[in-house]
Design a protein around this ligand. Structure first.
Ligand code: 13P
Length: 245
């Protein structure tokens, strides 16, 4: 039985005051599911201090390089040194605005594993890809390089299915669409190794709210959520966590 995980991706939102407010609320009413919070880099140290080990703090990105002259980059080693446990890789906003491709994302996953960080690999199709009937081909392509290069280390991945058209739009995928995509992702994992498809958690992300979380999280292949906008409101996020049993 895979334990549910609810992750909060704050994206480029927040402040010291909001970090204090959201983390204090989570510490005061700890959810029963596993929770991970991904604040922007400048607030990681503050979030780690407030979380006091009761929930995982993660970074939204990391460098594909281990160290060196890469101005502006943050290495996996620095994150691990700080006490960060998780990291996102391949979020669609990184793919779209920073032109990250599957090879670069795979290099980031490798750097994460070298430092003992647990990465969440984000995949998902655009509206155009869905309308052209290439959702499954897109997901298969986004999974192929990481799974091939990582081999047995793939067992330590978490995957987040985030259809680009559902992110920040209020247009949530239906429970049936989500279940179908997750089942497909699981079939791709099984094609590599039967045990991967049983072990790896597949989260859903894209306009998750307290109102739709129970139905989404009830799908057999949905192991929790990766929440953007709704994670910036403590009560809403706690209600989403409560839907993950
Ligand atoms: P929203 O929940 O704001 O749609 O964002 C989802 C997301 O991209 C989480 O990584």
């Amino acid at each position: 039985m895979r334990r549910k995980l609810v992750a909060a991706n704050w994206k480029m939102h927040g402040s010291r005051a909001l970090t204090e407010q959201l983390l204090s609320a989570l510490a005061a009413r700890p959810p029963s599911c596993e929770v991970a919070v991904f604040p922007p880099f400048p607030y990681l140290a503050q979030a780690l201090a407030l979380a006091e080990g009761r929930l995982d703090i993660g970074a939204q990105d990391l460098s594909a390089h281990a160290q060196g002259a890469y101005t502006g980059e943050v290495s996996a080693a620095m994150l691990a040194d700080l006490g960060v446990r998780r990291v996102l890789a391949g979020h669609s906003e990184r793919r779209q605005y920073h032109h990250e491709d599957d090879l670069l994302i795979t290099a980031k996953l490798e750097r994460a594993f070298e430092q003992g960080l647990m990465p969440i690999l984000c995949v998902g199709e655009t509206l155009q890809q869905r309308e052209h009937g290439t959702t499954e081909a897109t997901l298969a392509a986004q999974l192929a390089t990481p799974l091939r290069v990582l081999g047995e280390r793939s067992a330590l991945l978490t995957i987040a299915y985030e259809p680009v058209w559902a992110i920040g739009t209020g247009c949530t995928a239906t429970a049936a669409q989500v279940q179908a995509a997750h089942a497909f992702i699981r079939s791709q994992l099984a094609a590599r190794d039967a045990k991967l498809s049983k072990l790896i958690r597949v989260l859903y992300g894209g306009s998750v709210k307290a109102a739709n979380a129970p139905e989404l999280f009830a799908q057999p292949d949905v192991d929790g959520g990766l929440v953007g906008g709704a994670a910036l409101d403590a009560n809403e996020f706690l209600a989403i966590c409560a839907a993950a049993r």
